[in-house]
Design a protein around this ligand. Structure first.
Ligand code: MG
Length: 170
């Protein structure tokens, strides 16, 4: 079975008057993240990790921010579409892990809900999705609360052949 690894990284800046959506969870905060879509930075990092493992480009290519169709888009829907693309290329997501760097707000209360949402969008068990959050000890743009960064790694495998398929029986 062929195994492939992918890595994704994304950053969005804070902006006034925006909701803060992370891993599909609407998190109470005085500001949200700016972006064409809902700016779910961890969903974007994960999508890029999965696409990277499949050597299938990136979400900027799949869902251009110049396309009005994606204005305010739910990034979990985009993540599910990424999984359709990956699946169409004969690949399946085996495991993934995400890290969010945010000085504020505190994200640990939302971690399990974020994992559940990301897993549902990817069509994998919750146990296949790791997620951690950290501050940067007030260093850098994250520490100055200018934005939030997220990283993800994904392990993708060539999908196992369907034992019922004629090709598998030949
Ligand atoms: Mg993004």
């Amino acid at each position: 079975m062929g195994m492939h690894i992918g890595h994704g990284y994304d950053v969005h800046a804070f902006a006034e008057g925006r909701r803060l959506i992370l891993g599909g969870v609407d998190i109470p905060h005085d500001r949200g993240l700016d972006g064409h879509s809902d700016a779910d930075v961890v969903a974007h990092a994960l999508a890029d990790a999965i696409l990277g493992a499949g050597r299938l480009g990136d979400i900027g290519g799949l869902f251009p921010d110049t396309d009005p169709a994606y204005e305010g888009a739910d990034s979990l829907v985009l993540l599910a579409r990424v999984m359709e693309v990956v699946s169409a290329h004969g690949l399946e997501l085996i495991d993934c892990d995400c890290t969010i760097a945010a000085q504020a707000p505190k994200l640990s209360p939302y971690r399990d809900r974020m994992r559940e949402n990301l897993a549902r969008a990817c069509g994998v068990p919750v146990s296949a999705v790791g997620l951690k959050a950290t501050t940067t000890e007030r260093l850098g743009f994250v520490g100055r609360e200018e934005g939030i960064a997220a990283w993800a790694v994904a392990l993708v495998a060539d999908a196992s052949p369907n034992p019922a398929s004629p090709a598998a029986q030949a």
